[in-house]
Ligand binder design. Structure first.
Ligand SMILES: [Zn+2]
Length: 157
């Protein structure tokens, strides 16, 4: 398998977060707990994690990761996106050693990434394998995001 992961969304944490926000919110943050859309503001400051918003209706902070497969993971989104792209453009499930090698993550991380991806993966990925199997790209990431969003609804409502 050839690995093409040079698209900017795989390199830059900020870009990958914007991409996720686009998928989850379509550009406008929505509080995952109370569905507020008006009284929401980004939280700034150097000590704040990237992409944190505060809902002034329920007073809770949130990011676009809440309720997704990325929720609670210490790994960056760029790592997750690369892994999703590889899995969604592979005819056979890549093993964790391969993922570990390509992504430069620990044994445990590679194993847990694949396990989580398994939990969200629907049947959609099989459809592109034929045309897309030889390259990992943003196209396979976009496909993966359908499953990410669908599972979020299923898990989180
Ligand atoms: Zn809220």
């Amino acid at each position: 398998m050839n690995i093409y992961l040079d698209c900017p969304v795989f390199q830059d944490e900020k870009l990958s977060l914007s991409f996720l926000e686009g998928v989850i919110w379509n550009g406008k943050p929505i509080c995952p707990r109370c569905n507020e859309i008006e009284r929401i503001a980004p939280i700034g400051g150097n000590s704040t994690r990237l992409g944190v918003f505060k809902c002034y209706a329920c007073r809770k902070p949130f990011t676009a990761k809440v309720g997704t497969v990325f929720d609670g993971s210490h790994l960056g989104l760029t790592v997750w996106f690369k892994a999703l792209s590889i899995v969604y453009s592979s005819e056979n499930k890549p093993n964790y050693k391969f993922i570990k090698g390509v992504l430069g993550v620990s044994h445990k991380s590679a194993y847990s990434i694949l396990k989580r991806i398994d939990e969200i993966k629907g049947d959609g990925w099989k459809k592109v394998v034929g045309s897309n199997a030889k390259c990992c790209s943003k196209a396979s990431l976009e496909l993966a995001m359908f499953d990410v969003a669908a599972k979020r609804v299923e898990w989180f409502g």
